[in-house]
Design a protein around this ligand. Structure first.
Ligand SMILES: Nc1ncnc2c1ncn2[C@@H]1O[C@H](COP(=O)(O)OP(=O)(O)O)[C@@H](O)[C@H]1O
Ligand SMILES: [Mg+2]
Length: 68
């Protein structure tokens, strides 16, 4: 079936000066048509990082986002 969104081994490492900060460490997500999804977690648990990548506002360090 056609996926609305798929992420494959999605990784994001931010550089805080010279210090790498690993955010997403290999996220595999599949969103199917008619799915209704909420992303839950405490502050700093990578929610915005994931949404920024799915929305193509930022680029993954590794992995892929596939839309439609
Ligand atoms: N621009 C950035 N530079 C360095 N670290 C970042 C940056 N943005 C987010 N982080 C770090 O990545 C992790 C996830 O942040 P974020 O995706 O904003 O979490 P949430 O949205 O769940 O609160 C946190 O450890 C945060 O400190
Ligand atoms: Mg956030």
């Amino acid at each position: 079936m056609m996926l609305v969104v798929e992420t494959i081994n999605l990784r994001k490492t931010y550089m805080l000066g010279k210090i790498p900060v690993q955010a997403l460490r290999g996220v595999n997500l599949r969103v199917y048509p008619k799915d209704f999804i909420a992303i839950l977690g405490p502050s700093g648990s990578d929610k915005s990082t994931l949404l920024n990548l799915i929305g193509t506002l930022d680029k993954p360090t590794e992995g892929k986002v596939i839309i439609d």
